[in-house]
Design a protein around this ligand. Sequence first.
Ligand code: NAD
Length: 233
Amino acid sequence: MEDKRKHIVVLTGAGISAESGIRTFRDSNGLWEEHDIMEVASPEGWRKNRELVLKFYNLRRAQMAEVEPNAAHKALSELEKAYRVTVITQNVDDLHERAGSTNIVHLHGELTKVRSSMDPALIYEWGYKELNPGDKCEKGSQLRPHIVWFGELVPEIERAADISRSADIFMVIGTSLQVYPAAGLMHYAPSHAAVYVIDPNAHELGAGPRVKIIAATATEAVPQLVQQLLNEA
Ligand code: NAD
């Protein structure tokens, strides 16, 4: 049977996880947890120093195990009571899953998965364990984090664009909209769709007539907006 509920598409970035204790990198001068992003999140970095890259993601995995979804992640899962909801996230953490959202596209990969460095189709559930030099795929090549690094293709982008085209409401939360192609997704939302942008620095992001800017943190603004949308459903 056709699902007649309105479709809310939510694009999230590092800012939604900031209040859970995971730092964004724009807010710390292009560093991600004290590291030069190109050293730890690029194919060049991987070629240069695998151990450093593996260690960096081991720390990210360990940190993720210690933090909890916040009120914004939780509120988004509540939307599913009255709407069809797709969360498209640039985050590699699993806080949307743990908050109860059921339909999530991870544009930039997932910390809880690893893949073969030879055959990208060989993807494995890894959980919160360390990934170390010598951990190999079934074809014998080193396993790497299942993360889309800078300079790599974003395999999920076409699907995310299609999803965005079917939005009735489009929300953008906690993303500086500087990393393409994710940043372009809101432009696929049809002209009838209302667009909400939630980010304390939202005024810098540029708005059009249909864009409602909410310059506040995710935990301040998302529960309120979700309540409003549930009342309107
Ligand atoms: P970004 O660091 O470029 O931008 C973060 C945005 O969040 C900024 O615009 C900032 O103003 C906003 N922000 C900060 N605190 C906020 C809060 N409390 N509530 C709402 N917004 C807040 O992040 P991005 O646009 O997501 O791009 C960064 C890239 O780095 C992504 O590709 C992502 O994969 C990766 N990354 C992921 C994580 C994670 O998984 N949690 C963390 C850091 C970086």
